[in-house]
Design a protein. Sequence first.
Length: 163
Amino acid sequence: MTYRVCFVCTGNICRSPMAEVVFRARVAEAGLDGLVEVDSAGTGGWHEGDDADPRTVAVLEENGYDTGHAARQFQPSWFSRLDLVIALDSGHLRALRRLAPTEEDARKVRLLRSYDPAAGDDLDVPDPYYGGTDGFEECLEMVEAASTGLLAAVRADVEGRVA
């Protein structure tokens, strides 16, 4: 049975596609790509169908990641097929929990940086959209740091299903 993770930010052109690409690479490196499916979406539909922000693509490519993305809006009906819904900031967390049809679905929503022990109390990944390239580079650093802990948690869940 496939384990499904969806990363969610506001418009699905900056933070969540970056998290999707990075985490998909981590899943593949761990040999879990046949067991874990990774995608992303936005809380809003303003950019539906658009490619990722060119700055997101540039930072990912400069760091050796493959890219390719079309933005979409998160739908409440997806909760039933998802195992984890990863919010990129606390606003997304609140919005997604409000959308959740059940309490069980609401418990699937987590903040990405909650998987990074070094994050401390600041668990939001800042929106780089209105800034320069340095904000996208900072976003990538945060995503990569949290991906290690997230991968460990997903691996434990996947292995728990197989056992």
